[in-house]
Design a binder for this molecule. Structure first.
Ligand SMILES: *Cc1c(COP(=O)(O)O)cnc(C)c1O
Length: 390
């Protein structure tokens, strides 16, 4: 095995696919210190700039003082603290669904939920560009795995029509993590009604950013696209992105949450995140709710960036969200562009396969409310210079 691993790593390096961690010596923010250098960074998912918010730092210190640092036992033994419970109720209310359940990470939520709700005689219909952990949830559930082309409603309908599975679930990122575009959610819900399926939406990148007061992609669909409410919807959102902390929650009908408490293995057999984290997240959700100015600033930055970036060699992919991918194609060229930016003090890592399809390496530029307009202007200038040089 050891020799095999060594060869695999060497091969990845030769193909421009070796990933390397950077060592961060500052809080997560728009200006960071990574590998001992200062950078203006466009790569976090901290879309509202909450990861180092002074109110949240204080909330975490205070909550650690009165609830300790560890949960100590799984949720069903004695680990379920009042801070966890309060956050679950607050989140359910915020996304306007009957009940919510916390998980330690989004990865664990997706594996746990799909694994608990779906089984051998069932079928999951998943967008080809879904996040890896939705796919892992389907593998783990042993349900039939049907993947449809990205955002292809007609292709999905053909698959649903042909299916004889007992239970059917459509699973999709609401906002695609490496593309930034939004799934046709109302169309999916209509298909759920027509073919007696359920909709599992992963709102990792919409929660806190989209919808009224940052309530997320579902709220965006209710208010902007006239989508009806439905008991067929189950949503998941992570709390380590716009919410700035860590963790995830699932929300839906009370019976779904009650069932998950019994059956989602990554919930039942795992120690919950510290209660102090939940207390911090409760403060974070309040900041999100009051964050209309942050979201307005972010929308202004997105519009400015899209209107003023004008590279011919590389194209921005169609996205109106904070995720603005610049498509390069070739792995080594994407790395060279990323390195050019780094020599000019800007950090945007190159995203390569298998995170994205072969031949679509890109810079995943992510904008945050913490950026200033000057930060975005600097990014645009350096990208224009790079095009002239590379
Ligand atoms: C980040 C992400 C996850 C995983 O969430 P974590 O809390 O980081 O484990 C799940 N789904 C999507 C779409 C993501 O972008």
């Amino acid at each position: 095995m050891l020799n095999h691993l060594k060869l695999e790593l060497e091969k990845r390096k030769a193909d421009g696919l070796l990933r390397q961690r950077r060592l961060l010596d500052s809080p997560q923010a728009e200006h960071i210190v990574a590998n001992d250098k200062h950078f203006l960074a466009f790569c976090s998912n901290d879309y509202l700039g909450l990861a180092n918010h002074p109110d949240l730092v204080t909330a975490m210190q205070k909550a650690a003082g009165d609830s300790g640092v560890g949960s100590g036992a799984s949720n069903l033994i004695t680990g379920h603290h009042r801070y966890h419970d309060a956050l679950e109720k607050q989140l359910a209310k915020f996304v306007d669904l009957p009940a919510a359940l916390l998980f330690s990470t989004g990865y664990m939520a997706n594996i746990g939920v799909i694994g608990a709700l779906m089984g051998r005689n069932d079928a999951v219909f998943a967008d080809k560009l879904n996040h890896a952990c939705l796919n892992d949830g389907v593998y783990y559930s042993l349900a039939e795995f049907n993947r449809f082309p990205h955002n292809d409603v007609a292709g999905l309908e053909a698959m649903l029509k042909a299916s004889t599975a007992k239970l059917k679930m459509i699973a999709a990122d609401a906002v695609f993590s490496m593309d930034g575009d939004i799934a046709p959610i109302p169309e999916y819900l209509a298909l759920c009604e027509k073919y007696d399926a359920y909709l599992y939406l992963d709102d990792a990148h919409g929660f806190g950013v989209l919808g009224e007061h940052g309530q997320g992609s579902l709220n965006h669909c209710y208010t902007k696209l006239n989508m009806p409410k439905s008991p067929r919807i189950i949503m998941m959102a992570t709390l380590g992105k716009a919410a700035g902390v860590a963790g995830a929650f699932v929300a839906g009908e009370q019976v779904v949450i009650d069932y998950l408490i019994q059956s989602a293995k990554s919930y039942v057999y795992s120690t919950p995140a510290p209660p102090a984290l939940s207390a911090t997240l409760s403060a974070s959700v309040r900041l999100i709710e009051q964050g209309d100015d942050l979201r307005a600033h972010l929308r202004m930055l997105i519009a400015y960036f899209k209107a003023n970036l004008n590279t011919k060699k590389w194209q921005l992919m169609p996205s109106d969200t904070s995720i603005q991918p610049l498509l390069v194609g070739d792995n080594l060229e994407a790395l060279a562009l990323s390195e050019y930016l780094q020599t000019h003090g800007i950090l945007v890592p190159a995203i390569r396969p298998p995170t994205v399809p072969v031949g679509t390496a890109r810079l995943r530029i992510s904008l945050s409310a913490a950026h200033s307009l000057d930060d975005v202007k600097k990014l645009i200038d350096v990208l224009h210079q790079a095009e002239a040089v590379l």
